[in-house]
Design a protein around this ligand. Structure first.
Ligand code: PMV
Length: 332
């Protein structure tokens, strides 16, 4: 049967960066846990059908304008994920996959998070697997670490787990989207695909002199963030979010060679967010594996934050988003 799934992207407030030492690359186990916000405005919709008579997997990836994306590496990642589903379901047939993002891919907007969450749900159902959310999250993790979090809406925690087989390395909901009316304002400073992907960046960061410190102190940030979310303490959330982001980038800066995803407008937007906060607007920034700046603020401040960031010369456009809901799957 043919299934269609829709999943939202997510941005980490406490970041995931680095793989568990010595673990199989196919299990894709994170070195650290993370806490994220699901982003309603960025989504991937994917249809999967395992069918007779296909001599290979037919994968069609479409960008936000509906134009096919010619990206062999991305297609190979999809096929590798279909292989995982086939192995779990004893499915021998090839699949037809059609996946469309409603936002730029590979530009630090967590397109792999929404894409692998949607692919996991649609492919698992089409292969006859009935996975609960936690099992789907673990399977999505093997496609992309951040995808494990995109199964859930709201505020989400990813646990790094300790089991060698990854059976406890999955995401769970901390609070639903209605718990706290925060918005995300995304300042796009360069929508083109990045040269170094997060997988390679993370592997290289393991050689950074700062990587040990990053892992060692990480749990403190996760714990403090969970409390900040529970008590809706925005100042605390803001401090931890910026700290985690800058610490993650510090490990990348000290890769050999140093990995710098930022451009001048990234830094402009970071300073603009700090200037707004200094003048009393509750807002903070985070930046992922790309040059876009994501500002987080209570919903009532989103318009003024969007206006301020949109007025910066290097900002191409801003996207305003509420907090997103769970990923969904249905027969197509
Ligand atoms: O899931 P990946 O391999 O694309 O890694 C995501 C890494 C960051 O976006 C930089 C941080 C995070 O926790 O999402």
């Amino acid at each position: 049967m043919k299934f269609n799934a829709r999943a939202h992207s997510n941005f980490a407030l406490v970041k995931y960066w680095g793989k568990r030492p010595g673990a199989s690359p196919d299990l894709n186990l994170p070195a650290v846990g993370s806490v994220s916000l699901t982003v309603a405005a960025l989504a991937t919709e994917t249809t999967v059908e395992f069918a007779d008579g296909l001599i290979r997997d037919e994968v069609e990836l479409l960008d936000e304008t509906g134009t096919p994306v010619d990206n062999l590496a991305a297609i190979e990642r999809v096929v590798a994920h279909l292989d995982r589903v086939r192995a779990m379901a004893s499915e021998t047939r090839n699949a037809r996959v059609r996946s469309q993002n409603d936002f730029p891919m590979g530009a630090g907007l967590a397109s792999s998070a929404s894409a692998f969450a949607a692919l996991t749900l649609a492919a698992a159902r089409s292969a006859g697997l009935n996975l609960d959310r936690s099992a789907a999250s673990r399977l999505a993790r093997r496609g992309s670490g951040s995808a494990a979090r995109s199964l859930f809406g709201g505020f989400v925690e990813m646990q790094c787990g300790v089991q060698p087989d990854g059976s406890d390395a999955s995401a769970m909901r901390l609070a639903d989207p209605k718990h706290w009316d925060l918005n995300v304002v995304i300042a796009i400073t360069d929508a083109s695909a990045k040269a170094v992907g997060s997988t390679q960046g993370m592997i290289d960061s393991e050689q950074s002199a700062f990587f040990g410190a990053w892992v060692e102190k990480h749990d403190d940030d996760v714990k403090a963030m969970k409390q900040a979310i529970q008590t809706k303490d925005f100042d605390r959330l803001a401090d931890i979010t910026e700290h985690s982001c800058l610490k993650m980038h510090a490990t990348m800066f000290t890769n050999k060679p140093g990995l710098i995803y930022w451009n001048p407008a990234t830094l402009e937007a970071i300073h603009a967010v700090r200037a707004l906060r200094a003048k009393g607007t509750p807002v903070c920034f985070t930046v992922d594996a790309g040059p876009q700046v994501k500002a987080i603020c209570p919903a009532e401040h989103a318009d003024s934050v969007a206006n301020a960031l949109g007025a910066l010369p290097g900002v191409e456009r801003v996207i305003k988003s509420t907090i997103g809901y769970d990923a969904l799957v249905a027969a197509a």
